[in-house]
Ligand binder design. Structure first.
Ligand SMILES: [Zn+2]
Length: 86
């Protein structure tokens, strides 16, 4: 399996969610968490229970990404979504 592991299980998502609160999560982990939250209602609920997390993500480096990084992130994301719906 050479594919980048973009989809993470709920356990991992919750773990990253916890790490994010203490600013211990890496940017890539937060990206994966955000992707997970888009399609996983259970974890959205988990994170919604924590307003601190939402705030942390908003204030995180994700906002500071340059345009090129955002663009490639978007492409990766769209590709991942396509694979998900196949
Ligand atoms: Zn989940």
């Amino acid at each position: 399996m050479s594919k980048i592991k973009i989809f993470i299980p709920c356990d991992d998502a919750n773990h990253v969610c916890d790490k994010t609160q203490y600013k211990e999560a890496s940017l890539w982990e937060m990206i994966k968490l955000n992707i997970h939250l888009i399609y996983c209602r259970a974890c959205r609920k988990y994170t919604n229970n924590n307003t601190k997390l939402t705030k942390a993500i908003k204030e995180s480096n994700v906002e500071c990404l340059d345009k090129k990084s955002k663009e490639s992130m978007k492409l990766d994301f769209e590709k991942a979504l396509k694979e998900l719906t196949d």
